[in-house]
Design a protein around this ligand. Structure first.
Ligand code: NAP
Length: 281
């Protein structure tokens, strides 16, 4: 079998088209503020890309660069200031933060109604309870991709590899809420290959290049690769051995061009949703 490629770029373009129409209905453009602490090269690339997409969509976008040695208290003050600013609808603190700053503590200062990344405890609680809310962008993007490709989720056996608060855990909750039967694997899982071979859908969010090998994929499985691992030469590769997996899977995401663009589209969608709620209040 040779897998069909799930094109995240194309779907992200279509999502952004829909957002343009929603933005046009608003009295003022939605405002997105992105805080970048320090100068991590990977984070700089991601923040720049988010800014470019926000600009193309006509959002009012600002990037706030803060020094790596900022204190937790000063960072909190900056985040809370954005919460008080009526022109700001979405706030994103780019992760990871430099060592010494606790990401959870920083995220806790984001006004939950402006939680563009869907990572506050309020957003996590709404997701856990299956209630409407701002969703973490990457797993929301994966759900959009699965829906767009008409992948049946009800009753499907899904394996999520990784249990981070940003990707794995919310991913598992979303799949379970779509009636998949979900297994979550992590670094203490005893026999990952056996778990993987049982899965109709595999979502890999590990952060280890080509960790999921072809022999772990059951024939016809759908493989979603969230991993973004940068090689010494700057090239990107996923958590899945793409060439080997593509021979067995029915559908697979490339890296880059799979989940990444949907994460950015999800950020824009959350900002527009938050802005609609504020402007129509
Ligand atoms: P993370 O916080 O480091 O979490 C990694 C997860 O993988 C952990 O739950 C860990 O288990 C698990 N893991 C580590 N080694 C394992 C092993 N040998 N077997 C099974 N599980 C193992 O990473 P993350 O933030 O979730 O990100 C994961 C990957 O996705 C990274 O490559 C990141 O760059 C990428 N990412 C991509 C996007 C995108 O837009 N495409 C967005 C976010 C992240 P424990 O919990 O037991 O430690």
């Amino acid at each position: 079998m040779t897998a069909r490629l799930l094109d995240g770029k194309d779907l992200a373009r279509r999502i952004q088209q829909g957002l343009r129409a929603r933005i046009a209905e608003l009295p003022r453009p939605p405002g997105l503020s992105v805080i970048l602490v320090g100068a991590d090269p990977g984070s700089q690339v991601y923040v720049r890309r988010k800014g470019e997409v926000a600009h193309r969509l006509g959002l009012r976008h600002e990037q706030i660069d803060l020094p790596a040695n900022i204190s937790a208290a000063d960072l909190a003050k900056q985040i809370r200031r954005l919460g008080d600013d009526d022109a700001v609808d979405g706030i994103l603190v780019q992760l990871p933060l430099p060592s010494g700053l606790d990401p959870q503590a920083a995220v806790a200062h984001i006004d939950p109604t402006k939680d563009a990344d869907g990572l506050t405890t309020t957003s996590a609680g709404l997701l856990a309870q299956g209630r409407l809310g701002l969703r973490p962008c990457t797993p929301a993007g994966v759900m959009a991709l699965l829906a767009d490709a008409n992948v049946p989720l009800r009753g499907a056996r899904a394996l999520v590899i990784g249990r981070s608060l940003i990707v794995g855990r919310p991913m598992a909750q979303m799949l379970e809420q779509a009636d998949a039967t979900v297994t979550v694997a992590h670094s203490r899982t005893i026999d990952l290959a056996a778990e993987a071979r049982r899965a109709d859908i595999i979502v890999a969010a590990i952060g280890r290049p080509r960790f999921v090998t072809g022999d772990m994929i059951r024939d016809g499985a759908v493989v979603i690769d969230v991993g973004m691992n940068r090689g010494a030469d700057g090239s990107l590769c996923g958590d899945v051995d793409f060439d080997a997996a593509a021979l067995r899977a029915s559908m697979i995401t490339p890296v880059p061009g799979g989940v990444g663009p949907l994460t950015i589209a999800g950020l824009m969608a959350n900002t527009v949703t938050a802005s609609e709620a504020r402007q129509r209040r």
